[in-house]
Design a protein around this ligand. Structure first.
Ligand code: ZN
Length: 279
């Protein structure tokens, strides 16, 4: 038991300790005034993005589009960037497109020659493209030679069915898009496309993630048993990234995959010819 004197002494010692702690905190604040501050709060929207999508597509691709728009709108809470959406590029000649640091193309592709021309000019002049799943779909009927070399993967070859989750492997672990991802993870349920010329057969293409061969054979009705299966890649001749992700209404259930999507957007935007808006 403490007597009264001891209690008084303890009270004053505690008071003195608190006082010294306050002085130390104050001095440390003053001393750090010129130190770099780790936060970088936006004073204005950092960049401008255009989502291009279609409602006139197979149900699973429309479901993905709706959820993807919600996902990117959610990223924009607080107005970190300007986000416009359109289902048609008819009103987007090159002069309008060039204002956008990035186009997020979800499940659509232009068919009208003028729209294709504007898009080509946009990409040839430093435009940014984050393309998902059906946005990269390309076969003999598409008749768009420029797009084939832009995508860097040839034409659609085959896919698994039904859509299912799959083990993805990171092929380039030191890339800004993959550096904080596990080297392997199970991606959300998807219809995975294989291409007739694997993206990694081209010198100017970097495959960032691919479907792990451990998945083979993949599919129940339609089965893919072997072959190169790139899933995320970039053609270094353009400021572009393609992600085969984008089928159905379960695509945003994997936090790892969501992180990959954010990384992809951030990487493309960070290389805007107008400068890195995140700095
Ligand atoms: Zn699909």
């Amino acid at each position: 038991m403490l007597n009264l004197n001891q209690l008084i002494m303890k009270f004053f010692r505690t008071l003195a300790t608190l006082f010294m702690a306050c002085v130390a905190a104050l001095m440390s604040t003053t001393a750090n005034a010129d130190e770099p501050y780790p936060g970088n709060y936006a004073k204005a929207p950092r960049f401008k993005a255009l989502i291009y999508y279609s409602t006139d597509a197979e149900l699973a691709h429309v479901q993905f589009a709706e959820q993807a728009i919600a996902f990117f709108k959610d990223l924009n809470v607080g107005d970190g960037f300007i986000l416009d959406t359109t289902t048609s590029l008819a009103g987007y000649p090159y002069d309008r497109l060039k204002d956008y640091d990035v186009m997020i193309v979800i499940n659509a592709s232009p068919w009208a020659p003028k729209e294709r021309e504007a898009f080509e000019k946009y990409m040839e002049n430093g435009g940014g493209w984050v393309g998902f799943h059906a946005a990269g779909y390309h076969d003999a009927n598409t008749k768009w030679e420029w797009f084939e070399q832009f995508l860097g993967a040839g034409t659609f070859l085959c896919n698994n069915w039904p859509p299912q989750p799959a083990l993805l492997q990171v092929d380039m672990t030191n890339h800004p898009v993959t550096k904080n991802l596990p080297v392997e993870f199970v991606a959300a349920k998807c219809e995975w496309y294989m291409w007739n010329r694997p993206a990694n057969s081209r010198e100017n293409v970097d495959v960032l993630l691919s479907l792990s061969p451990k998945n083979y054979p993949i599919g129940i009705k339609d089965i893919v048993s072997f072959g190169e299966f790139p899933i995320v890649w970039t053609n270094r001749d353009y400021r572009m990234i393609y992600l085969n992700i984008g089928h159905g209404d379960e695509e945003f259930k994997s936090p790892t995959q969501n992180l990959l999507l954010i990384n992809a957007l951030r990487w493309i935007v960070s290389r805007s010819p107008k400068g890195n808006p995140f700095k």
